[in-house]
Design a protein around this ligand. Structure first.
Ligand code: HEC
Length: 148
């Protein structure tokens, strides 16, 4: 009886640790597992608009006839890397309209009802993993004041 109880307790503790680190909630482009998960999330949910190679939609700076912006690239040529992780997470989870304010018309929906927080962080880790080292370093500095 006893050893089973101890084993269960140990299993519960390691499950809690696993949950906590999954919920540790950051996008780490050096974490191969997170990046691999994010690559899949990105292919399934983001690539249709942001491009299979993160290149965004053509002429992405110019509003379309419907007044909405095309999807910007997530590679080094876009401005994704100008925003700290927390903001990228917020945009992805709540959608651009929630972040930009009421009435803003956009094709960037919220993903909070579709993806877990861990999946959103993974997609961001994948995006970051595609940035060249100097962009990653600059982005780390943008993150620094807000993140431990
Ligand atoms: C239906 C098309 C579409 C899909 C699918 C989509 N996006 Fe977007 N996304 C957009 C558009 C359009 C914008 C620009 C919104 C605006 O500024 O009005 C955008 C903007 C963003 C931004 C802000 C970028 C910046 O530089 O300000 C982030 C971050 C983002 N998307 C992440 C994601 C992630 C992660 C996924 C997949 C989970 C995703 N998007 C899926 C269309 C899409």
């Amino acid at each position: 009886m006893k050893p089973t109880g101890i084993a269960l307790a140990a299993a519960a503790i390691s499950a809690a640790i696993a949950a906590a680190s999954a919920g540790g909630m950051k996008a780490d482009p050096r974490d191969a597992r997170q990046v691999a998960q994010g690559k899949q999330v990105y292919a399934d949910h983001c690539a249709a608009c942001h491009g299979a190679g993160l290149e965004g939609q053509p002429d992405w700076r110019r509003r379309k006839p419907d007044g909405k912006l095309p999807a910007p690239p997530h590679d080094a040529s876009g401005h994704t890397w100008h925003h700290p992780d927390a903001q990228l997470f917020d945009i992805t989870k709540r959608g651009t309209a929630a972040v930009a304010g009421p009435g803003y018309q956009t094709d960037m929906r919220e993903f909070g009802s579709l993806l877990s927080d861990a999946e959103i962080w993974a997609a961001l880790a994948y995006i970051k993993s595609a940035w060249p080292p100097e962009i990653r370093a600059r982005h780390d500095r943008i993150n620094a004041p807000r993140q431990k």
